[in-house]
Structure formats: C-alpha cells, structure tokens
Design a binder for this molecule. Structure first.
Ligand code: KG4
Ligand code: ZN
Length: 340
C-alpha cells in the first residue's frame, strides 16, 4: 500500500531556498536541502529583495526534486505540506506560498502556513521527542532578535526584543565596515578567535523602554566612530576589533538571558537562528544556563540558518489549520480555491 507518511517543509522567506522532508510519525529529518544565495547578494554587501525572489523562482524546482530524491520518496508519499507564510520579504514569501498552494491543490493534501519565527524558536527540539514546556527561547538572526516564552507549539509569546537592529545585522554591518564581506557573522566569529576582546571598549547598552528590550544600532555607530582612527588593514587590530564587538553583542544577549531566566519558572533555555552558530554565544549562553541550573538546548548548525526542516517540524508538532483552500498570504484577502 502507498505510504503517505511525510511532511514537506518549504522556506523561501529571505535568501535561502530550502525544502525538507520529515517523517510525519517520528519527526525525523530525511532531507534538508538548502540552496544559498550568498553569491548573488555578496557583491551588493547585503540582501537585494528583488534578486532574492528571482533566485527562489530559479532554484525552487531543483531544490524540491533534490529533497524528494534524497529522502527516496515521490510526491505521492506526501501527507501534508508546510510553508513559511510570514514574516519575510514579500516577493520571496509569495514564491514559496504559491508553489506550495499549487502542489497542495494538485496532490489534494493539507497545507499549513507557518510563522518563520515559530519554526526557529522550536528548531532546537528537532529530533527530540519530549519538549520541556514552558521554555525560554531566543531567536537571534539577521532579521530578528527576540526572547519568547513557549508554553506549547500554539502558545508562543514574545516577551522581549530589540528596539532597532537584529544582532545578526550588527555583525553583518560591522563586518562590512571592516571590509570583511557578506555575511559578516561567520568571518567575525573566526577572526575573533585570535583577538583580544578587552582591547576596544563598548559602553553597555541600556534601553530606556525597559529591561526586556535590547538595542544593537548604537553599537554599529560606536564601531563606525572607533574605526575612523584605526588602521583596518592591520590584522591584529582587525582581530581585536572583531573579538571586542563579538563580546559586546554576546554580553547583551547573555545578560538578557539571565534576566528572563530569573523572571519566571522556565524548564529550559533554547537558542536558535543564524547567530546561534556563533561560538562565543553558544559557550557563554551554556555557561549562564549552568550557573542558573537551567537545561540548555541549541539548534544543530544545519537548523540554525534558514531551513525547511524547522518549518516541517512546526507542522509536525500540530495544532494548525489546513489552509490549502485559503492560504491568506501576507494579509491579502482570502481567495478560496475550488477543488474539482
Ligand atoms: O537565520 P538566518 O539564516 O537568516 C535570517 O532569518 O535572518 O541568519 C543569518 C544571520 C546573518 O546575519 C549572519 O551573519 C549570522 O546569521 N551568522 C552569524 C554566524 N553565522 C551566521 N553571526 C555570528 N556568528 C556566526 N558564526
Ligand atoms: Zn530566519
């Protein structure tokens, strides 16, 4: 008998085209194919939305075929589809949701519209059977930096966030000032390993709106001003600067982690998003959790940056409505699609 046993997860929200296949019974990942657009955007020093949408259109079919081939399944084995519907770049989201909607119609299977950030915040638990609710989640990426109280897959409450830039944006922009290319986070991480983090001082950030908020744009300005009087081509200066900037970003995130961990009774802390790849953030946040006696989880590297597995995983956890006939993309009017 034909086994309809798999969830297809699709993410085209930003600059990665990704499709994953997950076992709908066990939650195990059979394929997680990511086509990165770094080469498309690097010459521009950041993501160009129109180029991103076009690259998704060009890549989506081959990413889809590769994912099915890696998982050794055909479309007939799919039980449901999950696609990022928000937040993200509007043109990019439309590519993914249109593709998913067409596929759901053709196959006659449910389609779940997923909040990308909910995918991220739950991603440390991909492949883990029992999630320790309520947990404190930190999603830290190029577009978002926020803490969440997660009480259930359907009960995800944002409890604190940056009032301006995301931490990843600070990494990327400061790396650009140093002429280190895009994306800057991984390069800063690497150079910082040989640098002296105490050499350049950055004033600790205090956001007037309240303890639960963060800010990273002041750090960008401070870095810019400091760099005016420095020789950026000096390898030692660059390494020390990277180490100092990284330490300032990680300190702000870890101070907030300690603040939130003390404010409520959480069963665990879970770190996710592209910046969760940062080596100092991983070790420091783990240390804070150890000191506070809080269980620590961190997304596996392949599930930190944008990926389809976390989208399929959110659908796997359940509690969502089938939107195959009405996927209300990006706040537009629902347009019912009649099946024959
Ligand atoms: O989650 P993601 O792929 O995209 C968004 O949804 O934004 O995150 C990309 C971000 C970029 O800003 C990149 O510089 C940062 O993650 N990043 C890192 C590291 N690896 C990626 N930041 C610091 N250290 C890293 N090792
Ligand atoms: Zn993301």
């Amino acid at each position: 008998m034909l086994q309809k046993n798999y969830i297809l997860g699709i993410d085209t929200s930003c600059d990665d085209t990704s499709i994953a296949v997950m076992n709908a019974q066990t939650g195990s990942v059979l394929a997680n194919v990511v086509s990165s657009q770094i080469a498309v955007h690097a010459p521009h020093g950041g993501i160009v939305p129109e180029l991103a949408s076009r690259a998704h259109i060009e890549n989506l079919t081959s990413v889809f075929e590769t994912a099915l081939a890696q998982a050794k399944i055909s479309t007939e084995n799919l039980a449901s589809l999950a696609v990022t519907k928000t937040p993200g770049l509007i043109g990019c989201l439309l590519v993914g949701t249109s593709f998913a909607r067409g596929l759901a119609y053709r196959l006659g299977i449910p389609l779940y519209g997923i909040n990308h950030l909910h995918g991220h915040v739950l991603s440390p638990f991909i492949g883990i059977e029992k999630i320790p609710y309520p947990f404190l989640g930190l999603v830290v990426s190029g577009g978002h930096t926020a803490f969440y109280k997660v009480s259930a897959p359907t009960q995800i409450e944002m409890i604190g966030h940056t009032v301006d830039d995301a931490a990843g944006e600070a990494f990327d922009k400061i790396a650009a000032m140093l002429g280190l290319g895009y994306p800057g986070g991984p390069v800063i991480d690497k150079l910082a390993a040989t640098g002296d983090a105490t050499r350049f001082k950055f004033t600790p950030v205090k956001v007037k709106r309240g303890e639960e908020f963060m800010s990273f744009s002041g750090l960008k300005t401070a870095a810019y001003l400091k760099l005016q009087n420095l020789d950026r081509s000096d390898a030692k200066i660059a390494a020390d600067f990277c180490a100092s900037v990284q330490a300032a970003i990680v300190k702000q995130l870890c101070d907030k982690l300690a603040y939130f961990a003390r404010s409520q009774d959480f069963k665990a802390f879970a770190l996710s998003g592209g910046v969760a790849m940062n080596s100092l953030l991983r070790t420091e946040s783990a240390r804070v959790c150890r000191d506070l006696n809080l269980n620590y989880f961190c997304a596996r590297p392949e599930f930190c940056t944008d990926n389809g597995a976390m989208i399929a995983h959110r659908a796997y956890l359940g509690g969502l409505e089938d939107e195959s006939n009405s996927l209300a993309t990006l706040g537009t009017k629902k347009i019912p699609l009649q099946r024959k």
